[in-house]
Ligand binder design. Sequence first.
Ligand code: FE2
Ligand code: FE2
Length: 191
Amino acid sequence: MTIDEIKSKLEKTLSKKRFKHSVGVMETAVELALINDVDRDKAAISGLLHDCAREVKGAEAFKACEKYGICIDEISRIQPSLLHGSIGAEIAKEEYGIKDPHILQAIKYHTTGRADMDMLEKIIFIADYIEPGRNFQGVEEARKEAFKNIDRVMLMALDKTISHIIEKKGLIHVDAINARNFILSHAIKCE
Ligand SMILES: [Fe+2]
Ligand SMILES: [Fe+2]
């Protein structure tokens, strides 16, 4: 499938708002790919498809996990929206014919992050955070940092997201904690 074909198929499955967000993530991911030596098409496809399962919710999400053999951890059982990355990677494979393991991984971990992310995973995680439709306090600072130091903006994004979850008395997924610990102990520490 070409990128245009993926785009028009995706448009039929998502709400207008989510599709616009996905295109925003695609465009930002391509910009970040160019300065980080990452294949632009891989960035575009991962960005476009990262939320392809975002509208698969509740019982439907559990059913999809059963279909694809995704194991549901304790936290995702309580917060099934956390599953949309894993389900999205399977849908990208099955419905869009994506075979590249890096693209599938970037889709899978775009919500929580994980330890030792590769550059494409970081790009999608950050593009999702700063795409032009995002509007939160500090987004401009994050946008600037994203084009200077991707690890530093990863830490900013993880800190902010984790603090927000704590404020809401929510559950923090262990992959997000591992992502933050890894960045702090490996990337930032060595600067
Ligand atoms: Fe998402
Ligand atoms: Fe997203």
